[in-house]
Design a protein around this ligand. Sequence first.
Ligand SMILES: [Zn+2]
Length: 283
Amino acid sequence: MSVRLYPLRTGSVRLKAAQCARKPGGPLRVLVDPQWSDPLPIYAWLIDHPEGPIVVDTGETCRAMIPGYFPTWHPYYRWAVEMDVGEEDEIGHRLSRLGIAPSDVRTVVLTHFHTDHAGGLPHFPRSRIWVSSGELDVAQGFLGRIRGYLPNRWPSGLDLRKIPFGRESFGPFQAGYPLTQSGDVTIVPTPGHTPGHVSVLVSIDGVGYFLAGDASYSERALLESLPDGVTTDPRKAIETLERILLFASQRPLVYLPAHDPESVHRLETRKTLSILRGEGPGS
Ligand SMILES: [Zn+2]
């Protein structure tokens, strides 16, 4: 059995234009920007692997449509985001349709804890949930809620595991944690969108598939090294995008952000980033 990669679309989200591409004023500008994006997909991913299925991100829950699920006191949820998630969009249904029971998924990786990536956690009460320690630190508790995370919505008793990144770098990335014995699935730190954001690299037949979470909202934003409007550290976000571009200049890489409408087309056609070897970022 070979490794297969499947998109799991868990509904749509509309964001402010100033969130998709940073404008002067940063996060405050996002709140007041009158311009909305089109509905963007919310993708999670299934890595159907001989060592067992791996899920990257869990998408949004349809409970997000219930008034009061999001904190009404939080300006971001009040003014800057609109979800559209049906019951059949939830990740449990998406997996079942592919013939995989969520209870068979032993390994889940969260790129970060934002609600449209962690909302499906209730489907995985017995899975091992890998998340970076930096992300766990900022997402928990009262301060986490102020930052827009919803730790009060996480199910209790989750088997949360901190990714044990070593000191050795992985290509241009500061570290890499191999998730499989065969070494074809690797978690890499991609901080910026959130301080502890990670991405997952899957290697299939000599092509790398980069499950980028929200490292950028689109391939175009990556190619232009454009940070988003909600990061608190745009410089770090740009640094991460440049690392990804450098990585893509060294091998064929299909770039798959969670909210890019073109991600699935690129996956199906194995459309790699066309960056000539040696050119590197910024050229
Ligand atoms: Zn996010």
